[in-house]
Design a protein around this ligand. Sequence first.
Ligand code: URA
Length: 436
Amino acid sequence: MRAVDLIIKKRDGKALKDEEIDFLIKGYVQGEIPDYQMASFLMATLIRGMNLEETVALTRSMVESGKQLDLSFLPGPTIDKHSTGGVGDKVSLALVPLLAACGLFIAKMSGRGLGHTGGTIDKLESIPGFRTALSLEELLAQVREIGCAIVAQTPELVPADGKLYALRDVTGTVESIPLIASSVMSKKIAAGASSILIDVKCGRGAFMKTLKQAKELSRVMVEIGGRMGRKVTCLVTPMEEPLGQAVGNALEVKEAIETLKGKGPRDFTEAVLELCGELLFLSGKEKSPEEGKERAREVLLGGAALKKFQQMISAQGGDERVIADPWRLPQANLRWIVSAKREGYIKTIDAFKIGKAAMVLGGGREKKGDPIDYGVGIGLRKKTGDQVTLEEPLAILYVNNRERLEEAQDLVEKAFSFSEEPVERKFKPLARISNA
Ligand code: URA
């Protein structure tokens, strides 16, 4: 077999056999196929697509490129959760401890932020002392002990994804349904959980801009999971405006803590409860997602999830005093108010622009490896549907470097659009696709 023949085959729109896909992935991971050939193959795939059989074969080869976790020793249902990424998406910070407080076991591997989207690992690292680089043994021991852990992706699991994703990032080949589906599902399958929930973000702040694309991606991921023996539910949720009010690492940790105290923003709280309800159903703990959501609400309001978050922070070396006193998290030294230049109702808040503004302030990275300023970000004072009067604060910018203020302020001002008429706000997922 030669890589060039397989590139030509895909370029000409033909389907590849399982062994051909395996040859490409193994060869690439072992360094026998160079970046330029893999980049060409990825572009051919982005343009020509892959059928389901090919996408399943790709996922399987990626899973087999590294170690796979065996979670069968844990004394309860094992679950996992993934989000395709958005702005202000701090769901894992609150959801993971809530799931553990409900009696489920979760060894969550998360990523870092890139571009306008944030990453759970960066957010957790804003907690003084918090360790995200646990060994696999430490990870499993912690999950057995307290039910949950959130760690950085390890190259021991699915090394093919780390290499392919870095190449896709710089060759314009991220936005492909088979490539995204295999990337997400290979990591979830290798991480060993039997029930998997995927939050597929849809809208201007997400990879999937339309509901049609988001549903198609969901169908492919659910099918892959089913064929590989996993229960999978995809919830398509909106990412037009940022989730919650806080965008920025320490600000988002603070908001997650407030939410676990029962005082979080409504959209974020509902999103966390909805996802928890689905996982309680998927793992067989509750009879329906609705009953799961009610159970999740009881556990959250009872305070057990907050305690679990504190336990997780402490187990991973972080300063657990941030729970009682979130002001111990890194702070910015300047607050700048962006106020309304007209009155009316908020029609939309462009998540992409808000995410970009947070990055400009230093809260995110333009390229891999850039340093991060944990204290900066944006606090939204108004959300879609809210009424505003002239000069009312729309958002607060948390700033350390004044030179970046003007650009960020401009982005935040432009992110808001207004309507004369009242605007309805929706909290429900846009679609649910499941094999359970
Ligand atoms: N998230 C992933 O893990 N992989 C992709 O390809 C896109 C989003």
